[in-house]
Ligand binder design. Structure first.
Ligand code: IPM
Ligand code: MN
Length: 358
């Protein structure tokens, strides 16, 4: 296999975790004789610091031409006061739109051995395995008009969803559920928002085409509660852009650390793969970030963009075995013992991978 992969390390802990993921990609490529070219390009604050826009044209062109894009994170406190188009986050929103990746898959499961480390009772966590399907190129993030009033005394965004936008993300959710446990929970705020009432209507219509999949509707506030009180009940959770963003961070807290959550954004060209955790400026540059989310995102890239399911399975198995053997980065550390560094955890995963047949 030959494939062109663009790496966008970006800001904060992005470069550290992308370095870890690139080592794992190189490892599987060497083992299986694949020719993966990994090219890095600046994005976000890293681009702004070079005097470029947050999504430089050369970066955009490289991403569009690539088979897949692996992104670290964008954003940082030094850029928090600029206008919208000068913010690192603008690059990511532009890139998602440009690639047309409307379906963001965010799996969240409890890795064996991690049930006891978190703030939620182990019996509530055991076996937890959900997939958040977040709509990624519409809703409140992109709706027009948005801006400030002329006198600067008010600001506004627009939450807008069209039938086709809801329909296509619902199809992704139902198709995913068919590969899993045949349950879709659709999230909205239909008791208040008109966009949510359309959302519920269209998801219900799509659900009629999937009689083998059970459909439940949850208001986003009660869904947020259920996610901590009874998370095992969820299989596929489908939500609009903003609600999906919020619930996926919550899911990270539930499974023990946001540093464990990978994501795949698909449905358009190639695919965009990124850890859910963001730039974490407070721990950047210290080699203490958890590389698991980025490495698991690389596994999703192999599976979804390159059709390399065996390689993806092997990486996920290596992560599972490494965690089960007790390897812990600082975010997972229950208290005692010296935590592994970002590179230390990556070494441990690579060592496991060495012993796994691909
Ligand atoms: C995410 C992030 C992004 C989002 C930010 C960085 C724009 O929080 O991928 O979850 O809100 O989508
Ligand atoms: Mn987020």
């Amino acid at each position: 296999m030959q494939a062109k992969i663009v790496l966008l390390p970006g800001d904060g802990i992005g470069p550290e975790v992308i370095d870890a993921a690139a080592r794992v990609l190189d490892h599987v490529a060497a083992r299986r004789g694949h020719q993966l070219t990994l090219d890095s390009h600046p994005i976000g604050g890293a681009a702004l610091r070079m005097g470029e826009p947050p999504l430089p044209d050369a970066t955009r062109v490289a991403c569009v031409a690539a088979d897949a894009v692996l992104l670290g994170a964008v954003g940082g406190p030094e850029f928090d006061h600029g206008p919208s188009e000068k913010r690192p986050e603008a690059a990511l929103l532009q890139l998602r739109k440009e690639l047309g990746v409307f379906a963001n898959l965010r799996p969240a499961r409890v890795w064996p051995g991690l049930e006891d480390g978190g703030s939620i009772k182990p019996e509530i966590l055991r076996g937890l395995d959900m997939l958040i399907v977040r709509e990624l190129t519409g809703g409140l993030y992109y709706g027009e008009p948005r801006g400030r009033t002329a006198n600067n005394q008010a600001a506004f965004n627009t939450m807008r969803y069209s039938r086709p936008e809801i329909e296509r993300i619902a199809v992704v959710a139902f198709e995913s559920a068919r590969q899993r446990r045949n349950l879709v929970t659709s999230v909205d705020k239909a008791n208040v928002l008109v966009t949510s009432r359309l959302w519920r209507e269209v998801v219900t219509e799509v659900g009629e085409r999937y009689p083998d999949v059970r459909l439940e509707h949850q208001l986003v506030d009660s869904c947020a509660l259920l996610m901590v009180s009874n998370p095992q009940k969820f299989d596929v959770v489908v939500a609009g852009n903003l609600f999906g963003d919020i619930l996926s961070d919550e899911a990270g807290g539930v499974v023990g650390s946001l540093g464990l959550l990978p994501s795949a954004s698909v449905g358009g060209r190639g695919g965009l793969f990124e850890p859910v955790h963001g730039s974490a400026p407070d721990i950047a540059g210290q080699n203490i970030a958890n590389p698991v989310a980025a490495i698991a995102s690389a596994a999703m890239l192999l599976r979804h963009a390159l059709g390399a399911a065996r390689e993806a399975d092997a990486i996920e198995r290596a992560i599972g075995e490494t965690l089960a053997a007790g390897a812990r980065t600082a975010d997972l550390q229950a208290g005692t013992g010296e935590p592994l560094s970002c590179t230390g955890m990556t070494d441990a995963i690579l060592q496991r991978l060495d012993g796994i047949e691909i």
